[in-house]
Design a protein around this ligand. Structure first.
Ligand code: PLP
Ligand code: ZN
Length: 432
């Protein structure tokens, strides 16, 4: 069951143990290509269902439960796992109503060990780093990749190296990277420039790059689709809606669904809807132009996790959209924060970027692209506590260019029974 690295553009193949992120011949992105014909004899719904009850590593992980489809040849002893995954899939009837559909589920990837879906890609990426004998791993990050890399590097006893922009990084994320012991660098450059820097420095110093340009990251992230489908008893939803930044997740979802289909484990593919923030929407703009080319831009959005102007996985995301008959939508910061307030208000909660899923679903229903009777799964990518400033800023009406539609006022009172009573009796009980 040997897997190989394969260029998505020219098809050139490389051995799986070569340290390589793009094709030496043409510069194209690489896929980890598994031997699906052989795997067809090995994997089944029954195998994965049976492992649901496992208490043993690595099969107790929501990533490694699907080991044969992630990294089949890796020795179980090599696997670096927290374990991760096993995140909830919430039915969300009130939010479904708000978005205008009959059935909406939210898969909460903020429930991973470091608080975002990045852990699913990091367990596979750091496992590969260990298999390759690498001692140092690095990434550029808007925050969550760093948190996750720092945590997994600590677990694997490697040096983690994380590059941030010197402003606009959510505090929860910055704090995690430092606390988990990574070598943390604040650089006067945006994410896109930082990624270029990391790739050059890694090459020079023999450091392993764990941004989503690394194809092993995407293998782990495929498990979001595997797990979601298993939770739905392998009933395929009509839509999967996901925020898009560097487009690693979107790319991984496309590959996951295509492989499941080719393995005969699902009978059709859901349609993928990738949602970008208006100030960071180069994929959306390219989509509107028929994918002529990607035009990088300077990104601005309150949703810092997707503040990316030159997404490295653009070609893979376009491929995923082709496979799934997918669409791309763009939402304003106002729409993102209002959708977040709705998700938070259910007691579920998420960080701003994650709310693109709901905001985008609502917009696509409005546009008649998602139909009322269809089943929608939205991906919540990160935990509400990652970015408390954005939440407090919204409810206290202090975010620039955003007027909160669903504010929850924070009351101030003297320690006086009369005053507090007056406030509580004056409060109408909110209905939503
Ligand atoms: C990384 C991240 C994204 C963007 O995912 P991509 O794979 O880069 O498109 C969205 N939301 C959160 C919370 C993230 O951490
Ligand atoms: Zn190539």
């Amino acid at each position: 069951m040997q897997s190989i690295l394969q260029c998505m553009d020219c098809g050139r193949q490389y051995p799986i143990d070569k340290v390589l992120y793009t094709c030496e011949a043409c510069g194209g992105l690489l896929d980890v290509q598994h031997d699906l014909d052989t795997l067809k004899q090995v994997v089944s719904r029954a195998l994965f269902d049976e492992r649901l009850s496992s208490l043993d590593t690595p099969y107790n992980s929501g990533v490694w439960r699907y080991k044969e489809l992630i990294h089949p040849a890796i020795d179980n002893e090599q696997v670096v796992s927290r374990p991760e995954g096993n995140t909830n899939l919430y039915p969300a009837p009130r939010l479904a109503e708000w978005a205008g559909v009959t059935r909406l589920y939210l898969k909460h990837e903020g429930e991973n060990p470091s608080g975002s879906f990045k852990d699913r890609g990091m367990t596979s990426g750091v496992t590969q780093a260990r298999a390759l004998g690498m001692k140092r791993v690095a990434c550029a990050s808007t925050g969550n990749t760093s948190s996750s890399l720092a945590a997994y590097a600590a677990l694997a006893d490697m040096e983690g190296i994380i590059f941030f922009q010197n402003r606009g990084v959510a505090l929860g994320k910055l704090a995690q990277g430092i606390a988990y012991g990574a070598t943390a660098m604040q650089i006067n450059a945006d994410f896109d420039r930082n990624l270029e820097l990391v790739r050059e420095i890694a090459e020079r110093l023999n450091i392993y790059v764990l941004n989503s340009v690394n194809p092993f990251r995407l293998e782990g992230q495929k498990s979001i689709m595997f797990e979601m489908l298993q939770q739905l008893r392998w009933q395929v939803p009509d839509w999967v809606v996901v925020p898009g930044g560097n487009l690693g997740n979107s790319s991984a979802f496309g590959k996951a669904l295509k492989e499941l289909f080719e393995l005969g484990m699902i009978d059709r593919l859901p349609r993928l809807a990738i949602i970008q923030a208006e100030g960071a929407n180069p994929l959306y703009r390219a989509y509107k132009r028929g994918f002529d080319h990607l035009e990088p831009l300077k990104a601005h959005t309150v949703a810092t996790a997707i503040k990316i102007g030159n997404p490295v996985n653009y070609p893979k995301a376009v491929r995923a959209l082709g496979w799934t008959d997918g669409v791309v939508e763009s939402v304003t910061d106002q729409e993102i924060m209002d959708a977040k307030a709705m998700i938070d208000r259910q007691g579920i909660g998420c960080e701003p970027a994650s709310a693109c899923s709901l905001a985008g679903a609502r917009k696509l229903v409005d546009a008649g692209i998602i139909r009322k009777g269809e089943t929608v799964v939205g991906i919540l990518t990160g935990h509400i506590l990652k970015d408390p400033d954005a939440t407090i800023g919204y409810h206290s009406n202090q975010l620039e260019n955003i007027t909160p539609s669903y504010p929850n006022k924070l009351h101030q009172a003297e320690p006086s029974i009369e005053e507090i009573t007056r406030i509580l009796q004056g409060e109408a009980i909110p209905t939503h």
